[in-house]
Design a protein around this ligand. Structure first.
Ligand code: BG6
Length: 482
């Protein structure tokens, strides 16, 4: 099933190479690509950080991280050793002069060169300036920037301006790892690879669309970051917004970076301002042995939200009148990310009122158990007359494509390889990020101005009652998280 597209020899420098993201995601992703033969001989993976480590010590750290996070495939010491041959370490002081010439000496002159900024956003400018000052930026140079990309519109604009002084937009890869998820890309395949859906994909046939990204984890250990961010900045401004764009965008002329990103941008720009009564914020309280949000962030008066549910409208020809409902939260009942497209009722039921109301629903399950289900109405089998039931036309990926596909290609693997190949389709452009902030900023500023306090909700349940109420007032109900 998997087809390996070869990549050129590359040098990848991970600034923040000893950090959590590098250990958890970046290095395991590179290791998996190495196991699939996608790290060509001569490629170098260079960890860079402040700590004074030898390459030998860094390789030991890498091997340990692999065991911890992808132990099932990193159990073969020989493979890990072979991978580590590619791994090097340089101690670099982002803000000072130390280490830059050693880094320059590690880099090969004519290969693709990628610098992964796996550091706090406060260091991005220093790194960008450092790279340029030390002559490390060439035409084949790319930088990868993690979220959060700014804290609001103003800071995102400042960051874009700063990066633009040192790099061309075509060299900047702003990661949103949701775009690397298998099912998220399948969304585009389903929409634009089938004749079946696109003619119905509009306000005339679709009643509403909902997107839920629910997590069971809390924020313990990330309190400092999360307390300043909250669910709106942490999840809605980026991940949920990207999902909304892929669902709502017009068909791009080609599956090419700017064609896709132009269409996504138009969706964000068409979003109406969210009315305060169409948004519910929540904050989890202690339950089932888990601490409350306020304990997790060590702030007994915190007003930061760990849950958001909102209704929004894409104000364009295709979607006028079709609401989009977004919901995300921590410490909910289940890890469950899904998108449901609820079609309208048939205009007239020939079977009379006893047949009940039946609607087609397309459900896209992002995680866990990736798959797509279409609910279709059929006759209930048996001699009992014309009674209707809904049955799922089920396309579970594990079943359809074999168990290997499910969860096998972690988003980071795909996205890092796209950086090496120079393909920006699944990365956010400067104007996209800014437009997303321009939409979220007034919502957040409104909360601040009103001194809004999030509604408490029990950990490991369904979120604040108000979120359910909001849906009931609309005559609808949430899908998922049952
Ligand atoms: C990150 C957020 O971007 O995405 C986290 O900062 C969140 O708060 C994570 O937990 C969710 O990612 P995934 O891939 O586990 O759904």
């Amino acid at each position: 099933v998997s087809r390996i597209i070869p990549v050129e020899t590359f040098d990848l420098v991970i600034f923040g190479g000893t950090g959590d993201l590098a250990r958890r995601k970046i290095l395991p992703a590179l290791f998996k690509r190495f196991c699939s033969g996608q790290v060509p001989d001569g490629s170098k993976l260079i960890g860079a950080a402040r700590s004074d480590l030898t390459t030998q010590a860094y390789r030991a750290l890498v091997a340990e991280a692999l065991l911890e996070f992808v132990g099932d495939i990193a159990s073969d010491a020989e493979t890990v050793r072979a991978f580590c041959e590619h791994v090097h370490y340089v101690s670099v002081d982002a803000r000072g002069e130390t280490g830059w010439s050693a880094l320059a000496a590690e880099l090969s002159p004519e290969t693709v060169r990628a610098f992964y900024f796996s550091v706090g956003p406060g260091v991005y400018s220093d790194l960008a300036r450092g790279l340029e000052r030390h002559g490390l930026v060439g035409p084949e140079t790319r930088i990868v920037v993690e979220k959060p990309f700014g804290h609001d519109l103003e800071t995102a604009q400042a960051l874009n301006r700063e990066l633009a002084q040192h790099f061309d937009e075509s060299q900047i890869y702003r990661i949103d790892h949701y775009l690397g998820k298998e099912t998220v890309q399948n969304l585009m395949a389903v929409r634009f690879g089938n004749m079946l859906f696109e003619p119905l994909w509009n306000a005339q046939y679709i009643d509403h669309i909902q997107i839920t990204v629910a997590e069971t984890v809390g924020v313990a250990g990330r309190g400092d970051y999360y307390e300043k961010s909250g669910a709106m900045r942490d999840m809605v401004q980026n991940h949920l917004m990207q999902l909304l764009c892929l669902i709502a965008m017009e068909p791009p002329a080609q599956f090419e970076p700017d064609a896709v990103r132009d269409e996504k941008l138009k969706v964000i720009r068409a979003l109406d301002a969210v009315q305060p009564h169409h948004i519910v914020r929540g904050q989890y309280t202690a339950a089932d042995g888990a601490a409350a949000y306020r304990e997790d962030v060590d702030n007994p008066r915190s007003k930061t939200e760990s849950f958001v549910a909102l209704k929004c409208q894409v104000n364009n020809w295709r979607w006028a009148g079709t609401p989009f409902y977004l919901r995300t939260g921590k410490r909910l009942r289940a890890r469950d990310s899904e998108i449901t497209v609820v079609f309208k009722d048939t205009p007239h039921s020939i079977f009379g009122p006893e047949a009940g109301r039946h609607r087609n629903e397309l459900n896209i399950q992002l995680q866990p158990n990736e798959g797509i289900t279409l609910n279709v109405t059929i006759k209930e089998p048996g001699p009992g007359g014309m009674r209707l039931v809904d049955v799922p036309l089920d396309m579970s990926f594990a079943e359809a494509l074999g168990p290997k596909v499910q969860g096998s290609s972690d988003a980071y693997e795909r996205l890092i390889m796209d950086v090496i190949r120079g393909n920006q389709t699944l990365f956010m452009r400067d104007d996209e990020v800014e437009a997303a902030w321009a939409w979220t900023d007034p919502i957040i500023h409104g909360w601040e101005a009103r001194g809004d306090v999030p509604k408490p909700y029990d950990a490991f349940a369904h979120g604040p009652d108000d979120a359910d109420l909001m849906m009931r007032r609309e005559g609808r109900e949430w899908r998922g998280l049952d």
